[in-house]
Design a protein around this ligand. Structure first.
Ligand code: SF4
Length: 208
């Protein structure tokens, strides 16, 4: 094999690239320890790393939240977490964008029935009142305490139970669809509220 001008053969280069490790480079006479140490010092300069827990689901992966001058500058997996050992799923790995994201909506966008344009003049109080009123009205109109076995598509428990009805206490006219940024605690409370209302169509989009 013809050595390259640097003295590094093609095979050596490929072997090194495949396992790109400090040890491999050391084996080739390249000592990157100083550079690595410098990078580490630079990365953590003036930064406080706060151990935390991913807010999204019950797996509870560990996170390290890097804070500088009172602002979050990075969130990554905590290698010391016995749960996740430094790993995060795609959703947990994007937690930084939950805290720091100039694209987040900060105003209510309301589109009235039949309208083609968004109305951005409504306040959050107005929107919350409207949602609460519509949920209450819909639930009151549609709440059902019992259903027949036939309605539910279930076999009758016995021949003598022709008139039997099953207690359901539910509404089928409301659904709850979670968003990707709803955290663990929010989902817990949301689920409690929906179950108390009799909602059965619940999806919280907990993790990816
Ligand atoms: S959302 Fe992902 S990173 Fe967060 S706790 Fe669940 S599995 Fe872990």
């Amino acid at each position: 094999m013809i050595p390259s001008p640097s003295g590094l053969s093609r095979r050596d280069f490929l072997r090194t690239s495949a396992g790109f490790s400090l040890g491999g480079l050391l084996g080739l006479g390249l000592d990157l320890r100083a550079a690595q140490e410098e990078t580490r010092r630079f990365r953590i300069a003036g930064v406080k790393e706060v151990p935390s827990v991913c807010p999204y689901c019950a797996v509870g992966c560990g996170q390290l939240v890097a804070v500088r001058d009172g602002r979050i500058i990075n969130i990554e997996g905590n290698p010391e977490s016995p749960i996740s050992q430094g790993t995060l799923c795609p959703k947990g790995a994007a937690t930084y964008q939950l805290a720091v994201n100039p694209l987040r909506l900060t105003k209510v966008w309301y589109r009235a029935p039949g309208a083609t344009e968004w109305d951005k003049t409504k306040t959050l109080d107005w929107a919350m009142d409207r949602i609460a009123r519509l949920v209450k009205e819909t639930r009151d109109e549609s709440f059902v305490e019992t259903r027949s076995y036939e309605e539910l598509g279930l076999p009758l428990p016995s021949v003598s139970a022709q008139q039997a009805r099953k207690r359901v206490n539910h509404t089928l006219r409301i659904g709850s669809l979670g968003g990707a940024t709803m955290d663990n605690e929010w989902n817990y409370v949301q689920c409690k509220l929906m179950r108390a209302l009799g909602v059965v169509f619940i999806e919280n989009q907990a993790r990816i």
